[in-house]
Design a protein around this ligand. Structure first.
Ligand SMILES: C[S@@+](CC[C@H](N)C(=O)[O-])C[C@H]1O[C@@H](n2cnc3c(N)ncnc32)[C@H](O)[C@@H]1O
Length: 207
């Protein structure tokens, strides 16, 4: 795998600082999306269910699930950053139902397993083709399975004017435009927070 600019962003030093940075990020723009994610997890996680966390980073979503003692059978986190995965693995070492795997989300061609719940938070604005990714990811959902996405949306013009270049420069991230979001299949719920900077989507596979 070629070491690309996004991997570089999450390399050594920055991976170490990711958790405190995310805490700050949540205070500024992510508080409501965290609540929405939590609500989704509370309503949908089951003792028998398996979870796929796409772009799991340092495993913060799993930390939340465990902290709240929410039920699940097994969890798999995928990410292409060794440094983020190392931190995640350290947090949950010794738990046999938890697995972290190095994978590039732009190439999931040899993945066959299906999941009841997929979560993907603050990842798709790093991807070159978010529409392809979101629609492809759905093939890993069981019938009736659900997916929850949080991502960097395109805010109102006066914010986007300065935020988009800043996000591109600092985070190699691009806000996802509305015309792209309308191409995501099976969306059942959408909420915008923080002037549209935070976009939350729920997807449900038809039976
Ligand atoms: C902003 S962090 C989000 C981490 C975690 N989901 C969270 O909410 O704390 C973005 C993560 O996506 C991962 N990522 C970005 N592009 C990826 C790709 N093409 N394949 C796999 N992981 C990717 C990065 O390595 C990073 O860990």
């Amino acid at each position: 795998m070629v070491f690309n600019r996004v991997q570089n962003l999450y390399h050594i030093g920055r991976a170490k600082w990711y958790d405190p940075f995310k805490g700050l990020w949540n205070i500024i723009v992510g508080e409501k999306s965290e609540k929405a994610l939590l609500q989704f997890l509370k309503e949908n996680l089951k003792e028998s269910g398996n979870i796929l966390d796409m772009g799991c980073g340092t495993g913060l979503n799993l930390q939340t699930i465990i902290k709240l003692d929410l039920p699940f059978r097994c969890y798999r986190g995928l990410d292409f950053s060794d440094n983020m995965l190392d931190i995640a693995r350290q947090k949950f070492s010794g738990k046999t139902n938890i697995q972290f795997e190095k994978r590039d989300l732009t190439d999931l061609s040899n993945m066959n397993e299906k999941f009841d719940i997929i979560i993907c938070t603050w990842v798709i604005s790093h991807l070159p083709d978010p529409v392809f990714f979101v629609n492809q990811a759905q093939k890993f959902l069981n019938k009736n399975g659900k997916m929850f996405l949080v991502f960097f949306g395109k805010p109102q013009k006066w914010i986007n004017f300065w935020l988009e270049p800043l996000a591109k420069y600092l985070f190699m991230s691009k806000p996802i435009e509305n015309d792209k979001i309308t191409q995501f299949k099976n969306v059942t719920n959408r909420h915008l927070y923080a002037f549209g900077i935070t976009d939350c989507l729920e997807i449900k596979m038809p039976i």
